[in-house]
Design a protein around this ligand. Structure first.
Ligand code: GLA
Length: 728
């Protein structure tokens, strides 16, 4: 709910459990007064302190009042060049070379429903509300429009920023953050989600120290290395306790999330497009829209914060072509065949998969152009009829006869030098004149900032998708951007290429969804290199990591779950020993871990032993039976796999509290195992549950006293356990 105190110009955003407030002060500066657990709607500006601080400049309107300084006030959207020396949110360069932004509130508007953004992903929903605040830099004739979306039930507040140049000359936007959040305290911890290819999104937590700290990407994607999602929290906050703030950027390119702990022990979070390599020219009457950011504040620990993000993403961000129906269990041939396959081989795998209950066959890389390894073929999106005689028109009916749907891999943004596309249009690849471009996986990146490039690629891919009944597309992206220069833009606009590239990707995803609304798109970027809320708007699921080892996945999926729901996490069972790290794990355990994601298989089932196939048949049936609970239930992290404890456990609870599924994987063992008891979470204390169809256990007992773990669970490597709870 949005509460406006027009007289005092106090703007309060109220959600179920939180309150967010801003106020325009006597000089029309928009100050941030409060964000935290829900309180009444009264003016909270009494919290803001004024003091004469040496070296803190005073704006002209303050006259001789030396206690009024932009450098000490909590700002709603921080400025630059006029007296706030902390992290800026916006930086504008004018024709005379000056750089400044001095913003004062001029107007506001309230709208029903949640705003949308043209060409950019955003949370949607009629139950959302919108507040717009207009800030003006009078000297420059620039208006900054701050939009707020409020989803009361989800404790979700979204923000976006649009900059309008009403001046008579063009200006250069050197920074335009999506979010600025000031705290009148700095005794907070910052958690970021970091890693590398194969080990993405490991939480990394540290107390704020004086100065600037944070993460970002200049790789052109949100990256494996850092995720555009950060948490600030009480020093003592944990899963169930303490105040925490999650901030998520809906953006899939270069980003930055910085926190500054400043001289008087205040903190400021600024998040948005990375200003490095960014410069956007705003012509007179032109405008620029920054990507959306979303905030959830949880007064009760990380668990609640995550569950609010999960629900918001499932209900207000993802646009599921399956329309609430169960998504199919899939088999992907990548780790089964790599590039070495033909139609018969694919059909052979499908033949063993179908009777096990697997419903979708995904043909991965290698089906097009001249593509027998990763050195050639990208860009030539026509079926290789040597491998697939007769094309998809022949292959897909063969799979459908087995009762299987069909999915296909594409990597639209890339081009191999050894391809017809590159030979025809060498200038379509990103490269800086006079320099040979760096290769990544021996491929170059197409200039997706150019409409004609994406249109061409799209038309080719569209023809393939239209040639058969395709239910699923895996959109891959396997290298970072380098040599970023567009042959189609003038020198002063080269700072726009990274962002225009991302907008180009979003546009093509939009075309794909428009023309093939029934196709389920899974995002992927060398595994989880572009796992962000921006992509989730277009691709309801994203391949979480190229690492399919169940034990490493415990960590990847744990870290990912802080911001993103199970239904977004692509997860597959693969062979043992695992192809990435050589670890040997039981089939049961691999299934337990993968089914806490979108669930599928990535192995040559035609070579799988009979007893393993039996396990698979049971797993698939179990997953289907518990689909709603797993994919739409509330997620509870019961242990932290980074603590190197003897096991990792997590739990899904149905929204009505009547059902739960506990999953546990052991990660170390020893002779003479200890007696261990697992305490459950999220149950209804007053309900009575059966566990795996037996007994009667009160919810409070299971949560407070716990469930004794069988000793033989710790005898044998990486064993697993699932407990199904249902109300009796
Ligand atoms: C990337 C993906 C894999 C697979 C290969 C194909 O690495 O993450 O899942 O699709 O590309 O080349």
């Amino acid at each position: 709910m949005i509460v406006l105190d027009k007289e005092n110009r106090v703007f309060t955003l109220r959600t179920k459990n939180t309150t967010y407030q801003m106020k325009a002060d006597q000089h029309n500066v928009l100050i941030h007064t409060y964000y935290g657990p829900r309180v009444g709607d009264s003016d909270l500006s009494y919290l803001v302190r004024y003091a004469d601080r040496a070296c803190a400049p005073n704006p002209p309107e303050a006259g001789l009042d030396r206690a009024y300084s932009l450098d000490t006030l909590p700002q709603e959207y921080s400025t630059c060049g006029v007296g706030d020396f902390r992290l800026p949110s916006i930086e504008i360069e004018y024709p005379d070379g000056s750089r400044a932004a001095d913003l004062r509130l001029t107007d506001w508007e309230e709208e029903r429903g949640k705003y949308t953004l043209d060409g950019l992903p955003s949370f949607y929903g009629e139950e959302g509300e919108t507040l717009r605040l207009y800030l003006e830099d009078r000297a420059a004739n620039v208006v900054v429009e701050l939009s707020y979306g409020v989803f009361e039930d989800r404790d979700l507040i979204t923000r976006s920023v649009e900059v309008h140049n009403y001046g008579s000359a063009s200006v250069r936007l050197r920074q335009c953050a999506s979010l600025c959040l000031d705290f009148q305290r700095s005794d907070l911890d910052l958690i970021t989600f970091d890693g590398c290819h194969m080990m993405e999104r490991a939480p990394s937590r540290a107390p704020l120290r004086s100065g600037v700290q944070g993460v970002g990407s200049v790789r052109g994607t949100s990256s494996h290395q850092h995720n555009p999602f950060v948490v600030l929290c009480d020093r003592e906050a944990n899963e169930d306790y303490g105040l925490c703030y999650g901030a998520m950027l809906l953006y899939s390119g270069n980003f930055q999330a910085l926190v500054e702990a400043s001289q008087y022990d205040n903190a400021r979070l600024v998040m948005g497009i990375n200003p490095s390599h960014f410069c956007w020219t705003l012509e007179p009457y032109g405008s620029f829209t920054a990507p959306e950011a979303a905030l959830v504040c949880s007064p009760r620990g990380f668990g609640q914060m995550s569950r609010q993000f999960h629900r918001a993403i499932r209900e207000h961000l993802i646009q599921d072509p399956c329309q609430g129906e169960r998504r199919p269990v899939l088999i992907n041939n990548w780790e089964a065949t790599y590039f070495d396959f033909d139609a018969d081989k694919l059909v052979e795998i499908a033949k063993t998969a179908a009777p096990l209950g697997i419903e979708l066959f995904v043909m991965d890389d290698g089906w097009f152009g001249k593509r027998d390894d990763d050195n050639s073929g990208l860009g030539d999106w026509t079926v290789n009829t040597g491998k697939l005689p007769g094309g998809l028109e022949v292959l897909v009916p063969r799979l459908k006869e087995l009762g299987m749907k069909f999915g296909i891999w594409i990597e639209p943004e890339m081009v191999s030098e050894d391809s017809d596309l590159y030979r025809e249009h060498p200038d379509w690849a990103l490269r800086i004149p006079g320099r040979a471009p760096a290769r990544g996986r021996n491929q170059l990146v197409l200039d997706f900032s150019r409409p004609e490039v994406r249109r061409h690629v799209y038309e080719r891919i569209k023809a393939v998708l239209a040639s058969a009944d395709v239910s699923y597309v895996k959109w891959d992206m396997n290298r970072s951007l380098t040599d970023v220069y567009s042959a189609a833009l003038p020198a002063q606009r080269q700072g726009e290429v990274y962002h225009r590239y991302v907008l180009g990707v979003y546009e093509m995803l939009d075309w794909l969804r428009r023309d093939f609304p029934h196709i389920l798109i899974e995002g992927c970027a060398g595994g989880g290199g572009r796992f962000d809320a921006g992509m989730l708007y277009y691709t309801p699921q994203i391949w979480c990591s190229d690492n399919t080892d169940a034990i490493d996945r415990l960590r990847v999926q744990y870290g990912t779950s802080f911001g993103y729901p199970v239904s977004a996490m692509g997860a597959h069972v693969s062979v043992t020993p695992n192809e990435e790290n050589g670890r040997i794990t039981p089939m049961e355990t691999r299934g337990v871990v993968a089914m806490s994601g979108t669930f599928g298989y990535e192995m040559d089932l035609s070579r799988t032993a009979g007893e393993d196939r039996e396990v698979i048949r049971r797993q698939v049936a179990f997953f289907k039976e518990h689909y709603d609970l797993i994919q739409r239930g509330d997620y509870y992290r019961l242990t932290d796999p980074f603590q190197n404890g003897p096991y990792t456990a997590w739990e899904h609870v149905s929204p009505d509290g009547r059902e739960a599924l506990v999953s546990l994987v052991t990660t170390s063992l020893r002779a003479a195992p200890s007696f261990r008891t697992l305490r459950l979470k999220g149950l209804d204390p007053k309900r009575t549950y059966q566990v795996n169809g037996e007994g009667r256990w009160p919810g409070d007992v299971l949560m407070e006293a716990g469930w004794p773990l069988p000793l033989d669970l710790f005898q044998g490597d990486y064993r697993s356990l699932q407990l199904c709870l249902s109300e009796v």
